[in-house]
Design a protein around this ligand. Structure first.
Ligand code: 5AD
Ligand code: FES
Length: 345
């Protein structure tokens, strides 16, 4: 309780204090107190708006082998697909008609899409929809590549750091990947003027309260405009198939903590949260989240973008998701808006 109070008063804690706060997350009253404060702050900066981002999962090819991820290169059972530029633009057209003003291009790290191809797609979207924001989420690239995408018109970039602890990072990723590179990418993106999103999985294998504390300290230092967190969910074709899923209550708790830590942050109620709990996203909004990212990908490809098991909304048309989300957002006293929804300064 005392630490929760201190967090509310100072918007920060030391690493040890964060770890203690996380360990005491289920003490009676603590989560409620943080949730109320988080809801208050969200309201102060964003009113009752929940922003929608249209997610276009344009390739599930990936050269990486992150141990948790269903579309990792080593998964020979994954059915691979790529969307053409025309298909991507068609997703945008449908999304635009449904009121979306942010398009998120997300994919595995797929070298088939050269930097020039990505830049060309970004330019085409910005030409067709100049008032819309384009967000990229295509993994680790060189600073020069990030610069090229930025010059092509990309506004934002999502790259979760996954865990800010070096050793833990090594337990979730093959030796070819490193936390140093990941962090460098985030700093490069920030310097290039992107609105940057970092984030991590809650309850990934071997995660401890100390690791989460390091995530929070890192976020405070990075000051990203967006933070994506969602529970880890095992995928049957990975080496983590038998690991337990992350906790919904802890994810909600951390959403509130992050809202208090970075009051103006854009914070999605993630699909993973909605996958583990039928009202997970609504609870996320009540805990301080203010973004939802429904799928605009072609329905025929949605099941193939399977990062984890039982992912929701893979059978729905985009319009159905929009209607469904509208009701869900309203059920917790918020309103779903299509505007760009940049982070407030
Ligand atoms: N469970 C939950 N989230 C996952 N992600 C990847 N695999 C899983 C999983 N098994 C998340 C990662 C990645 C984002 C696109 O999806 O955090 O950054
Ligand atoms: Fe997709 Fe409910 S949000 S169907």
């Amino acid at each position: 309780m005392e630490l929760a109070r201190k967090l509310i008063d100072t918007h920060d804690l030391t690493k040890d204090e964060f770890a203690a706060l996380v360990r005491a997350a289920d003490e009676p009253g603590t989560a409620e107190m943080l949730r109320e404060e988080a809801a208050k702050l969200r309201k102060q900066y964003y009113g009752n708006k929940v922003f929608m981002r249209g997610l276009i999962e344009f390739t599930n090819y990936c050269k990486n082998n992150c141990y948790y991820c269903g579309i990792r290169a080593g998964n020979k059972n994954a059915e691979r697909y790529r969307l053409t530029k025309e298909e991507i633009l068609e997703c945008c057209a449908q999304g635009y008609a449904l009121g979306f003003r942010t398009f998120v291009l997300q994919g595995g790290e797929d070298p088939w899409y050269t930097d020039e191809k990505i830049a060309d797609i970004v330019r085409a979207i910005k030409d067709a929809y100049p008032e819309c924001a384009v967000t990229l989420s295509i993994g680790e690239k060189s600073r020069e590549s990030y610069r090229l995408f930025r010059e092509a018109g990309a506004d934002r970039y999502l790259l979760r750091h996954e865990t800010a602890n070096e050793e833990h990072y090594g337990m979730l990723h093959p030796a070819s990947m490193s936390l140093k590179v990941r962090k460098q990418c985030l700093y490069d993106l920030r310097e290039l003027g992107y609105q940057v999103g970092a984030g991590f999985m809650v309850g990934s294998p071997w995660q401890t309260p100390e690791h989460i504390a390091e995530d929070l300290v890192f976020l405070k230092e990075l000051q990203p405009q967006m933070v994506g967190i969602g529970p880890f969910i095992p995928h049957h074709d990975t080496q983590f198939a038998d690991k337990p899923a992350g906790s919904v209550p802890l994810t909600l708790f951390l959403l509130s903590v992050i809202r208090i830590l970075l009051p103006k942050v854009l914070l999605p109620a993630t699909t993973a949260l909605g996958t583990l709990d039928p009202r997970g996203r609504e609870k996320g909004m009540q805990a301080g989240a203010n973004v939802v990212m429904p799928n605009l990908s072609p329905v025929r490809n949605r099941k193939q973008y399977e990062l984890y098991d039982n992912k929701i909304c893979t059978g729905e048309e985009s319009a159905q998701c929009r209607g469904c989300l509208e009701r869900r957002v309203e059920s917790v006293g918020c309103v779903l808006v299509g505007e760009r929804g940049d982070a407030v300064k």
